[in-house]
Design a protein around this ligand. Structure first.
Ligand SMILES: Nc1ncnc2c1ncn2[C@@H]1O[C@H](COP(=O)(O)OP(=O)(O)OP(=O)(O)O)[C@@H](O)[C@H]1O
Length: 374
């Protein structure tokens, strides 16, 4: 933090792989992260994101592959020689040190002279708005404040790379939102290259410049939040980023024939055959539940309402559609269980993907851990 912008390093990952016995926790990861970029590794539990982070941190050895920071191989260096700052889920502060001494620790280890150390700690405290708490001990702070200390401790040494492992997951919902904004703001101020691990797609979409979506140790998609949100690469990614409705069917000439219902689509998706088995996926936000037929250009499905939840500006409605499909939509009016309703979706809000044999369980699994973006 010597200047306004202390840009981080450029990270290059090549064919990075980690096996535990014969099990590949991380398949082959290739990634270039330019200096100052914020990348989120996103995926459900067990997808290999912590493994990837621990390989970058030097807490795990790769089975094969290379990691370079600013053109220098770091994958065989011990953690303290890699020029990284790390923030953990459980804060990992030193309980016997004050806030200021926790933040100063890394500088002390590096032999930073006292006057400079005091100044840098002061600036780091200001950055995370904890100057008034400088002399307190971690146990005297809230969870959010402790995590801000951990963040200050990581960035005060001006690391070339910051690694964050689910830093918000121990905080309650409102604190999580506040600290998320603070992390974003801090990144905008400092421009540190950051790799952020999370299973929460809302967090990843709102914080990162780019996302890497992982499943079973393999990369599914690398893209900006808008690309991943609007153009998921496959049914798994779609389900994970909130396409909660999936209707299997046969695609012919811009229509998905799903038994008792046919869905007209505008976007046949990339790499999709002109015909064949597909799964049509729709976000609940794009499925409008009404009482009357819209008479417009949207696809209309008749549903039997099962559950209606008040959600502030809208109601979340769950119902059984044609062919017994469970559908999730939104409405501006409440419905009673058992009521007949019409679900309307525009052809350009449907994404279609080839339906591989194992798509269904994969989608279900993604939905179990994924949340709908707000
Ligand atoms: N030391 C280990 N020995 C054997 N298997 C391991 C070990 N560490 C991780 N794994 C396995 O590797 C896979 C990936 O684990 P990893 O911790 O990277 O997942 P993750 O995406 O971070 O999940 P979570 O969010 O639950 O931490 C999992 O199936 C896990 O059981």
């Amino acid at each position: 933090m010597t200047g306004e912008h202390s840009a981080g390093g450029a990270l290059r990952i090549r064919a990075l792989r980690r096996k535990f016995g014969s099990f590949a926790a991380l398949e082959s990861l290739d990634l270039d992260v330019p200096a100052g970029e914020f990348v989120a590794l996103l995926g459900p539990s067990g997808c290999g994101k912590s493994t990837a982070l621990n390989l970058l941190a030097g807490l795990l050895e790769p089975t094969t592959g290379a990691i370079s920071l600013d053109g220098r191989r770091i994958d065989r260096l011990p953690p303290e020689k890699r020029g990284i700052g790390m923030v953990f889920q459980n804060y990992a502060l030193f309980p016997h040190l004050t806030v200021a001494d926790n933040i100063a620790f890394g500088l002390r280890m590096r032999g930073c002279p006292k006057p400079e150390r005091v100044e840098r700690v002061r600036r780091a405290l200001d950055l995370v708005r904890l100057r008034a708490q400088a002399d307190r001990y971690p146990r005297q702070l809230s969870g959010g404040q402790q995590q801000r200390v951990a963040i200050a401790r990581a960035v005060v040494v001006e690391p070339r790379l910051v690694l964050m492992d689910e830093p918000l997951s121990n905080l309650d919902a409102s604190l999580r939102l506040d600290l998320r904004t603070e992390i974003r703001s801090l990144h905008q101020q400092l421009g540190l290259t950051t790799i952020y691990v999370t299973h929460d797609q809302v967090e990843a979409l709102s914080l990162a410049d780019r996302l890497v979506v992982l499943r079973d140790g393999a990369v599914q998609q690398v893209g900006t939040p808008a690309e991943v949100y609007e153009r998921p690469a496959n049914a798994f990614v779609a389900a994970f980023v909130g396409y909660r409705n999936s209707v299997p069917g046969k695609l012919t000439a811009g229509v998905v024939d799903a038994g008792p219902v046919a869905l007209r689509i505008d976007d046949p998706g990339s790499g999709l055959p002109e015909q064949g088995s597909v799964v049509a996926m729709i976000r609940p936000e794009d499925l409008l539940i009404t009482r009357e037929s819209g008479g417009g250009t949207g696809n209309e499905l008749s549903i039997d309402v099962r559950v209606c939840e008040y959600q502030g500006r809208t109601f979340a409605v769950e119902g059984t559609g044609p062919g017994g499909h469970l559908l999730h939509g939104r409405s501006d009016q409440p419905f009673r269980p058992g009521e007949r309703a019409v679900a309307v979706v525009a052809p350009d809000r449907i994404r279609t993907f080839p339906a591989p044999a194992e798509a269904a369980p994969a989608i279900d699994r993604a939905l179990l851990v994924g949340q709908e973006p707000s």
